[in-house]
Design a protein around this ligand. Structure first.
Ligand code: ARG
Length: 579
């Protein structure tokens, strides 16, 4: 384990076990970073209650076992029973070598699970807007991190590809020549086709009737021409989604599309199961599930409608069926939903219904990784010039454009192709990082200047810190890999601070995943880059005359660069070697 806090926790667990007689695996020593020392353990407090002894006495007894002596130069019992720990330089050095040589920079593997991540989920024949930026970028970062710690991750893009609007969309296609109609999605206005269909629908009773009949035909899935036109609409939209995903550099591919339509054929059987379980009730002609604990504004119980009075299925029907599919077909035990906060109640009701059905039961569980809004200067949802929610592709293109301007100004000496790549990395990186570094449940104000700045908690700041380290090695003519076996000598306080920061990568990744909150990893990387800056200002590297010290510092530089690069990669952000 290349994490001193976990290593110390394991040692303390043994120490507490030997003084209390309890089994070590039932004890949590609670070891955290501290201002007073390198770390503080306050687990004696809870443990003392459990065994009926004084926490101070327990802490002192644990220290007296001597088990901590090898790793710590100073161990002090403080206050009601805290243990303040200062690590020996040797212990830190050993842990650093482990981090540098273990796979994944010493980040522990999780107990493998099959995890489904439902993210992005745009709608067919509609544009992707700023709301999809969050669900897409957050979901993608979580996918990368879950895979990194060893889970089997199934990406699912739950696109809106079914429902009543398809009646008018298909009918509009029929008017334009059916499946052979030249349907091109206008990348500057992907919803244009939808609006044309809608305008006809609103203006003509005859069209409305046709659209209604077409929905029934679609739902029967038996009419080949209808299915072909529907498929074409979906395919064309998927082409457009691919353009956005490609530019944005997210992992989603065609194969990841499992839209609402996929669940349609399984819905009658799902309703049957609800019925057999005695969960299906009637309310005002509709079939509903009464999910306890949910009420409307008047305080009356709120039904989850699974079949409308007209017989049609809806969003809840599709989502319950989807839970069944993920648990029973994919054998997933963790279902992650990256969707905006407004759908929270819907999802909680769906999860509860699946739980009542006996499907979503331990070890299977679902989490709503919700997110707030992206706001403009007016504190309302970020808009385009026309007043609509800002289009995602416009934001992506503008980010790349701004990246180009920065590169032209700062790095004109680089070859043209490298400049173009760098512009993408900076522009897209900034857009993603702004997203990921703010607490996802809060709203945040979109600000190009802030997100593209080279100082502050931004992508360019971290990218630059990484590139700067790469340039140190270039200037020295030293192979990065050649310093990986070097045992660092931790002397100066800035070296120590950097070492401690480097060794918290493991806990930063796991904390981020425990809370599904990428901003935790961002905060960690920002702190790391700052610790590096402080180190680099105080401790000469290339100018250092003493060879062993110079090698030791180069080893710290290399591990910092690798940690920054890996951390950014987990966020879906490039770390260029030159900037
Ligand atoms: N298509 C939906 C929307 O744009 C989001 C779907 C999210 N996923 C789900 N399983 N409900 O609002």
């Amino acid at each position: 384990m290349a994490d001193p806090l976990s290593t110390i926790a394991a040692t303390l667990r043994d120490a507490f076990a030997s003084v209390t007689g309890l089994a070590a695996d039932t004890i949590d020593p609670v070891v955290r970073p501290s201002d007073r020392a390198d770390a503080q353990a306050n687990g004696a407090l809870a443990l003392a209650k459990q065994v009926g002894r004084s926490p101070r006495e327990l802490a002192e007894a644990a220290v007296a076992t001597g088990l901590l002596d090898g790793a710590c130069s100073l161990v002090e019992v403080a206050g009601p029973g805290f243990i303040n720990l200062t690590f020996t330089p040797q212990f830190l050095a050993e842990q650093l070598v482990e981090a540098a040589t273990l796979p994944n920079l010493g980040v522990r593997a999780a107990t493998r699970e099959i995890v489904v991540v439902d993210y992005s989920a745009p709608n067919v024949a509609k544009e992707m807007h700023v709301g999809h930026l969050r669900t897409t970028v957050i979901g993608d970062a979580l996918v990368r991190m879950l895979e990194f710690v060893g889970h089997t991750v199934v990406r699912e893009n739950h696109i809106g590809d079914w429902g009543t609007p398809f009646g008018m969309l298909i009918e509009h296609m029929v008017d334009l020549g059916g499946v052979d109609a030249d349907l091109t999605i206008d990348l500057s206005d992907p919803s244009a086709f939808y609006r044309q269909a809608r305008a006809k629908f609103d203006a003509s009773e005859e069209f409305k009737d046709r659209a209604r009949r077409r929905v029934t035909l679609l739902q029967s899935r038996t009419d080949a021409p209808t299915m072909l036109i529907w498929q074409k609409l979906v395919d064309k939209s998927a082409d457009y989604f691919d353009v956005v995903y490609g530019k944005l550099g997210v992992l989603l591919r065609r194969d990841d599309i499992v839209g609402e339509s996929y669940y349609q054929p399984m819905m009658p059987a799902m309703l049957e199961r609800l019925d057999q379980a005695g969960l299906l009730a009637e309310s005002e002609g509709a079939k509903v599930v009464w999910v306890p604990g949910f009420t409307n504004r008047e305080g009356e119980p709120l039904p989850l409608i699974v079949q409308a009075r007209t017989g049609g299925f809806n969003y809840a029907t599709s989502d319950i069926t989807c839970v069944l599919d993920r648990v029973e077909r994919l054998h997933a035990t963790l279902l992650v939903y990256c969707i905006g906060t407004p759908q929270s109640q819907h999802l909680q009701m769906v999860f509860k219904a699946a739980e009542m059905l006996g499907v979503l039961v331990p070890p299977a569980r679902a989490v709503h990784v919700n997110n707030g809004n992206v706001l403009g200067d007016d504190r309302k949802i970020l808009k385009s010039r026309s007043g609509e929610p800002a289009m995602l592709l416009d934001l992506v293109d503008a980010a790349i454009e701004r990246g180009r301007a920065i590169v032209a100004e700062r790095s004109p000496e680089l070859p043209a192709d490298e400049q173009a790549r760098l512009a993408d990395s900076i522009g897209i990186g900034s857009l993603k990082y702004a997203e990921l570094s703010s607490d996802r449940i809060k709203d945040y104000v979109f600000d190009w200047d802030r997100m593209l700045a080279f100082d502050g908690n931004t992508a360019p700041y971290l990218q630059y810190a990484h590139a700067r380290i790469c340039s140190i090695f270039r200037r020295a003519g030293v192979e990065r890999a050649s310093v990986r076996q070097v045992v660092p000598v931790i002397g100066e306080p800035q070296e120590r601070a950097l070492a401690l920061q480097l060794l918290q990568f493991d806990s930063a990744v796991h904390d981020t995943l425990d809370k599904f909150s990428p901003h935790r990893l961002c905060t960690y990387l920002f702190d790391l880059a700052q610790a590096f800056t402080a180190f680099y200002e105080a401790c000469p590297v290339l100018k250092e005359g003493h060879e062993a010290t110079r090698d030791s510092r180069l080893a710290l530089c290399d591990l910092t660069a690798r940690t920054l690069e890996q951390g950014l990669a987990l966020l879906g952000i490039d770390a260029p070697e030159r900037m």
